[in-house]
Design a protein around this ligand. Structure first.
Ligand code: WTA
Length: 660
């Protein structure tokens, strides 16, 4: 965000108090802050016993003696699936709907009660156990947004087998490296899913990912979703429905240690290789359930909650599966995109299922703004009582639009800051307590200590900006990077002494509220999806025509940031590109490169813009000056070039762009 944008943000003085009516029914009040401030560990022990059913109670809340490697709820034993499913049935809520599933094709719906979910997770756990999956074995899940995605995750959790969900939009190559890194024994996938009105195949990507000579996968379970034709490898592939049918009906769940890994989820960092972030069972479950209760204010007996994220991202893990289900809530799960078959689909779902709490992303809100207020206005949205936002900074204008046109100027908005690494919400208003400001995630929630510090790690004064850090360990913190403890320490705990560095820049306003303004590292945020510049650069240079590449995130009105790439071609490719350009076919090469990135990473990583340039701006030590490329991509006057090894490079690039 530009400096001008920042100062505008800090002049935002509108505040919105919760209504008396909301406050009176809210799950959390001011006393929660007071209790956490008085005795943080005691506070977390209380939340742990309140939200989670322990098979064996824990003896110690926190062991931080080997910081930054934390252990929470030591000695405690639990089963995450039992917490999310079985216990609701045991206390008589078996008839409550767990998932109102809405398929993309209109009219295709499934309602699944907690009792039905219980039956399915038991059979799925038995089916996996029959394939040899047990405690500590990893399972890769590559599925569309169908109930089986949640069932597969829960079945793994039931067995103590860490799942590694890979977003269905990732390519075979990306899937292959994640399967390999996690050493997955089994992959759970589907024939395909629906995307914008059409079946779209998934199984071929798994087949391609497993075509590599060496891979750890022994079995592939395939959910039948679209009925499209699939290639079949006998002895390796099995239909999910047949495996479940053949499996025993009941499954006795065992309890696992609180620190037992629950899942791995890959996310982009500053290097080319994605990091496998892993979370431990106890602390993660405690904080996701706690935040679902105090931030999303879920009342399981009356709310219909809807988180629009995909299960392939952390938001889907924490706020579709583990948080809301541990509370026994009823929720909507939607398979499709917001514009299929029409731009009012979200609002139609809210109206038909009487959704009360909606959790979505700023990029979606900005898209709805663009489509126009008359679209939501056609639907009855009066069931809504609370709105949430996650994934990227929400600009005050989008916040106000959300409040007025979706929330009828009545629903509180919770702008929730957190990350794959933090596992659960860290900074957010409490909807019944906080007078929220449009564009600010406000303050750390009770139990969390967040600060904004300067280069030297000193807290900044009110009214200034710096880096966002977390200074005390928290229950749902990542336990590390799968197979790479050193990288965990270096990435998060070395920039500032004794603090977790989130990679985000933030400002503190005069009232001590936090305004997260975006990444300060080489990570981009495109439509709320994390992408690393170097990951896309590696994909580009793996193309035979590319010699060098530099990628930057340029501001984009709808997607927050957009991927812009600058590439230098190899000598032999230059002549060909020139003749294509002369024939008016300059787009051909760009298209070829975009498709190559889609193949290496996935369609979501396709650059919006690829510019072929003769040189890249570098410092004398050879470092690419992305700041200058960002100026070009954002059509700004190019900034200070005095540290460039060759200051004429920028004019070469700008000239080339004008010609192009
Ligand atoms: C950004 C998504 C501003 C931030 C849950 C963070 C936000 C990254 C917000 C994590 C917010 C997330 N305001 N920025 N409310 N929420 N971010 O791992 O840059 O996919 O570091 O987790 O998203 O993205 P991730």
């Amino acid at each position: 965000m530009s400096n001008e944008g920042l100062s505008n943000l800090l002049h935002e003085e509108r505040t919105f108090e919760p209504s008396e009516e909301f406050r009176a029914q809210a799950n959390a009040g001011q006393e929660l802050f007071d209790r956490a401030a008085e005795d943080r560990e005691g506070f977390w022990a209380e939340q742990a016993r309140r939200y989670v059913q322990w098979e064996t109670d824990f003896e110690q809340v926190l062991d931080w003696s080997e910081a930054p490697f934390a252990k929470w709820f030591l000695g405690g034993r639990l089963n995450a699936c039992v917490n999310a499913v079985d216990r609701h049935v045991e206390v008589g809520h078996g008839d409550r709907v767990a998932i109102h599933w809405v398929g993309e094709p209109e009219g295709e719906t499934r309602d699944i009660t907690y009792a039905e979910l219980h039956q399915m997770v038991q059979r799925a756990a038995n089916a996996l156990a029959d394939l040899g999956v047990g405690e500590g074995d990893t399972v890769a899940i590559y599925l569309p947004m169908i109930p089986e995605a949640a069932i597969a995750m829960l079945a793994c959790a039931r067995l103590g087998a860490p799942h590694s969900v890979v977003f269905g939009g990732f390519s075979a190559e990306a899937l292959h490296s994640r399967i390999d890194d996690a050493g997955a024994k089994v992959v759970i996938t589907a024939d395909g899913g629906y995307r914008r009105g059409k079946p779209s195949a998934l199984k071929p990507a798994v087949d391609a990912a497993l075509a590599h000579d060496e891979n750890p996968v022994q079995k592939v379970l395939v959910v039948q979703r679209t009925g499209q034709d699939v290639d079949w490898t006998n002895g390796r592939d099995l239909w999910w429905h047949e495996a479940l049918e053949a499996a025993a009906e009941t499954h006795e769940a065992q309890a696992f240690d609180a620190e037992h890994p629950l899942f791995i989820l890959y996310t982009s960092g500053t290097t080319g290789k994605p990091k496998g972030i892993f979370h431990a069972t106890g602390g993660y479950l405690v904080q996701t359930a706690y935040t679902s209760h105090v931030v999303h204010d879920l009342h399981p007996d009356s709310d219909v909650y809807w988180c629009t994220a995909d299960i392939g991202w952390v938001t889907g893990h924490s706020y579709i599966v583990y948080g809301p289900m541990t509370l026994g809530a009823t929720q909507v799960m939607y398979e499709g995109t917001p514009d299929t078959p029409h731009q009012g689909r979200f609002w139609e779902i809210v109206q038909d299922l009487k959704v009360t709490v909606l959790y979505t992303a700023p990029t979606a809100i900005r898209t709805f703004m663009k489509w126009g207020t008359d679209i939501p206005a056609k639907f009855d949205l009066s069931s809504l009582r609370l709105l949430g936002s996650v994934g990227e900074p929400i600009n005050p204008e989008a916040w106000m639009w959300y409040r007025e046109h979706i929330g009828a100027d009545r629903c509180p908005i919770v702008d929730t800051w957190w990350q794959t690494e933090t596992g659960a919400i860290m900074i957010s208003p409490l909807p019944g307590v906080t007078a929220a400001r449009p564009g600010s995630a406000m303050k750390a929630i009770p139990g969390i200590v967040a600060k904004v510090v300067d280069d030297m790690g000193q807290e900044v004064e009110k009214g200034s900006g710096g880096y966002l850090v977390i200074t005390e360990p928290w229950p749902s913190m990542l336990r590390g990077i799968w197979g790479d403890p050193k990288r965990y320490q270096e990435t998060y705990w070395s920039r500032f002494p004794d603090a977790y560095f989130a990679g985000d820049g933030a400002k503190l306003d005069e009232d001590g509220n936090i305004w997260v303004v975006g990444r300060v590292d080489d990570v981009m945020n495109v439509s709320g999806h994390r992408m690393s510049t170097s990951e896309i650069e590696s994909a580009l240079v793996s193309h035979p025509k590319v010699a060098e590449a530099a990628v930057v995130g340029a501001a984009d009105e709808t997607t927050g940031q957009a991927i812009c790439a600058f590439v230098i071609l190899r000598a032999d490719a230059v002549a060909e590109a020139d003749s294509q350009a002369a024939a008016g076919e300059g787009e051909k090469l760009v298209q070829e490169l975009r498709n190559h990135v889609a193949k290496e990473i996935g369609p979501i990583a396709k650059p919006r813009q690829i510019m072929v340039v003769p040189e890249l701006p570098k410092t004398r030590s050879g470092k690419i000056m992305r700041r200058l490329l960002k100026d070009v991509a954002e059509h700004r006057e190019v900034g200070d070039v005095t540290t460039l090894a060759d200051s004429s490079v920028m004019s070469l690039i700008s000239d080339g762009m004008q010609k192009g």
